[in-house]
Design a protein around this ligand. Structure first.
Ligand code: FAD
Length: 387
């Protein structure tokens, strides 16, 4: 009998790949192994309604409690895969399992970047990636607190918005000159700066963090803009790919396990989701995406490839972010733009920005404009990929 397909990482991509394999008719043995003590769950609500307590863990599950039985898969939680023996086609786990595989899918996601700062290990310093991370934060948020957030990207800003709505003080410390600098144009950055300022979030731009201060527990953040008192610090300074397993097994990784157009990292080894880097013909460069869209679509593509499909995975990336009553939806990637066209009035809270390179549409940021977002996705999908 053939050995099982083994999927490492029971997150958004791992679970979707398992589901796709079954729905596509794969009838062999299937193992999904993850190191968290939970069912596969959605991460986007972690910085939104789950943080505030508006929803509980059961509302994060991607599938019902009987999903493993329904999909006929061996779901192993709370165990970490520690090595891959490519010659023997086996994986080993922390708990001592040794499992053979016919094909392997790595869907190990990312982890928060840890800053090498004095005081980074003080009590009260947090990151936000998992249910456990949010539960640790919630334990320190039982009464009004002052939270300093290092990083003005999506996770930092969503958390700031939610903390304000929960009655806490929030200050965002951003090293760049504007919020969301890596991912959005200046007009969007300014829109969110003004939105957060109106909602009482302190924002420090171009501020370098020198240290997190405190004796045993954090009491502040020392920055180039001065000392910011804080009872809690959230480090939201980006993520790095969980690629150690792959690298130790001799697979190529460059902040992301390098996969080809069919999500293949090596013979009989595939990867999908946040942990991957792939060449996008659409954008003419190698990219690593961190989004539900990519985790879901790339997992589907990897599962199809494992069953013999030859289509190239080259999506129109899309993403969303919820902050207060604002939904920002992004279609495409704006890197390399030389011109922006604005539709609607940012002052009205509903508008969109289209980023062009010459005549070519690269990306659309839509603020409370779902129709503009959907139109952009269709337009971008119609763009002929570069040869
Ligand atoms: P993950 O969901 O991270 O799953 C990977 C799993 O693999 C994890 O459970 C990990 O613990 C496990 N694992 C790692 N190594 C091993 C190992 N060696 N052995 C066993 N298991 C292992 N995206 C959006 O599109 N919109 C949003 O609004 C949005 N908001 C977000 C808010 C937050 C707070 C976070 C953290 C992410 C958000 N994202 C959002 C991003 C989105 O959640 C991710 O892109 C998506 O979860 C990626 O799925 P994945 O399966 O690749 O990784």
């Amino acid at each position: 009998m053939a050995e099982p397909i083994v999927i490492v990482g029971a997150g958004q991509a791992g679970a979707k790949a398992a589901e796709t394999l079954r729905r596509s008719g794969y009838a062999g043995d299937l193992v999904l192994i993850g190191d968290e003590p939970h069912e596969p769950y959605q991460r986007p609500p972690l910085s939104k309604k789950f943080l505030s307590g508006a929803i509980d863990a059961a509302q994060l599950w991607l599938y019902g409690p009987t999903f493993a039985d329904e999909l006929g898969l061996d779901f192993i939680k709370n165990d970490r895969v520690t090595s891959i023996d490519r010659a023997a086609k086996r994986i080993a786990s922390k708990s001592g399992r040794s499992l053979p595989y016919s094909q392997l899918l790595l869907a190990t996601g990312t982890r928060p970047r840890v800053l090498p700062l004095p005081g980074a290990d003080l009590k009260g310093v947090h990151v936000l990636r998992s249910i456990a991370d949010v539960e640790a934060m919630q334990a320190g948020l039982k009464s009004p607190r002052r939270i300093a957030i290092i990083g003005g990207g999506y996770i930092g800003l969503e958390t700031a918005a939610m903390l304000r709505q929960m009655g806490h003080e929030a200050t965002v410390i951003e090293a760049q000159q504007r919020l969301l600098q890596r991912v959005a144009g200046p007009e969007i950055s300014e829109f969110f700066r003004a939105l957060h300022t109106r909602n009482g979030v302190g924002i420090h731009l171009s501020a370098a963090v020198k240290a997190i201060t405190g004796a045993d527990h954090v009491d502040g953040v020392e920055t180039s803009a001065g000392c910011i008192p804080a009872d809690m610090v959230l480090v939201a300074a980006g993520s790095i790919a969980n690629d150690e397993l792959a690298r130790a097994a001799g697979l190529e990784s460059a902040d992301g396990i390098v996969v080809d157009g069919q999500c293949r990292a090596a013979e009989d080894i595939y990867a999908a989701g946040d942990c991957t880097r792939f060449f996008s013909q659409r954008y003419g460069r190698s990219i690593r995406l961190e989004s539900v869209q990519n985790a879901t679509d790339q997992a589907r593509a990897a599962a199809a490839a494992m069953l013999g499909a030859t289509e190239i995975y080259d999506p129109v990336p899309w993403f969303w972010s919820d902050q207060y009553d604002i939904k920002l939806q992004i279609a495409g990637l704006n890197q390399g733009y030389d011109r922006i066209e604005t539709t609607g009035d940012p002052g009205s809270g509903s508008f969109s920005l289209a980023y062009f390179q010459g005549d070519r549409l690269l990306c659309v940021d839509a603020v409370n404009s779902p129709r503009a977002h959907m139109t952009a996705r269709r337009q971008l999908a119609g763009v002929t990929p570069r040869a």
